[in-house]
Design a protein around this ligand. Structure first.
Ligand code: SAM
Length: 246
C-alpha cells in the first residue's frame, strides 16, 4: 500500500508505532546506537528516531526494499536517521559477524543487477549503501530491533537472524523483536490463525513462529531471555540480552 506521496505505507505500522515506542522509551533509555533489521516502509524508523533524538537509528533491509525505505528516510530529514544499509540475514557476512564491513567493489561495476549472482547482488547493494554513507560509522550497536519480520522470513532465516545478531552484538546489548507468536504450538487468537493461513498462502515458508522455538535459537545464539511484553492486537514484544562471551 502507498501513501499519496508514493512513500511505502503500512497501516499496521501506524497503529502499532506508539505502543512500541512507549516500550522502547524504557528499554532503550541507555542505548545510543540501534540497528533495525527489516525496516520495511521506514515508518517505525522515522517515528522512533524523531521521538528518541539521543539515539542513532540505523535501519536496514534487503536490497529490493531499500529504495522505498530510503525515500522515507530522505523525507524525514533527521540527523539521527542515516540512510538504510543493505542487510540480508541470509548473507554470509551477517552469519560470520563481518557485516557491515565494506565489501570489495565488483570487478566490473557496469554489470547490471540481472547479470549478478544473488550473493554478488547483495554485495553490490551493501557497497552502494555504505559507499553513500562513508562518513557514517555503521556500528557498534548496543541494541537491535526488528518488527514483523520473523513470520515473513523462512525458519532458516529466523535462525540466521539470531545467529548473526549473536555475532554482531556485544555483551549486554538488547535484542528486541515485535510481532505475533504462538505459545505451546497454539495461536493466541482466531485472527492470528487467519493471519498465519494468509501468510502461508502468500509464501509457504512464512508463518507465525513458536515462542519456545525462537527462545531456543536465541539461547544458542547466546541471548538471555528478559521480557515478553503483551502488546495490542495479539502481538508481543520479546526482549533478550546478549550474554558475555563464553
Ligand atoms: C512485513 S515486513 C515488516 C516491515 C516493518 N518492520 C514493519 O513492521 O512494517 C517484513 C520485512 O522483512 C524483510 N525481510 C525479508 N527477508 C529478509 C531477510 N532475509 N533479511 C532481512 N530482512 C528481510 C522484508 O524486506 C520486509 O521489509
Amino acid at each position: 500500500m502507498s501513501q499519496p506521496n508514493d512513500l511505502p505505507f503500512s497501516q499496521s505500522c501506524e497503529n502499532n508505532k506508539q505502543p512500541i515506542l512507549t516500550q522502547l522509551e524504557k528499554l532503550l533509555a541507555h542505548a545510543k546506537h540501534v540497528l533495525e533489521v527489516a525496516g520495511g516502509t521506514g515508518q517505525h524508523a522515522a517515528y522512533f528516531a524523531e521521538a528518541l533524538p539521543q539515539l542513532r537509528w540505523q535501519t536496514s533491509d534487503i536490497p529490493s526494499a531499500l529504495a522505498g525505505l530510503n525515500s522515507r528516510i530522505t523525507q524525514s530529514n533527521l540527523e539521527n536517521l542515516p540512510a538504510a544499509l543493505a542487510l540480508d540475514v541470509d548473507h554470509q557476512s551477517w552469519l560470520l559477524g563481518t557485516w557491515p564491513t565494506t565489501p570489495a567493489p565488483l570487478a566490473d561495476p557496469t554489470l547490471g543487477d540481472n547479470a549478478l549472482r544473488a550473493g554478488e547482488q547483495f554485495e553490490k547493494a551493501l557497497y552502494d549503501t555504505l559507499g553513500k554513507n562513508a562518513a557514517i560509522k555503521a556500528g557498534p550497536f548496543d541494541a537491535l530491533f526488528s518488527a514483523n519480520s520473523l513470520h515473513i522470513m523462512s525458519e532458516g532465516s529466523v535462525t540466521n537472524f539470531f545467529l548473526g545478531a549473536g555475532k554482531l552484538l556485544a555483551e549486554d546489548a538488547l535484542l528486541i523483536v515485535y510481532g505475533p507468536f504462538n505459545y505451546g504450538g497454539k495461536f493466541t487468537s482466531p485472527s492470528n490463525e487467519e493471519f498465519d493461513a494468509w501468510l502461508k498462502e502468500r509464501n509457504s515458508v512464512s508463518g507465525i513462529r513458536n515462542f519456545e522455538a525462537v527462545c531456543s535459537i536465541a539461547d544458542i545464539a547466546n541471548f538471555e531471555f528478559e521480557q515478553d511484553i503483551d502488546m495490542p492486537a495479539n502481538n508481543r514484544l520479546l526482549v533478550w540480552r546478549k550474554r558475555a562471551a563464553e
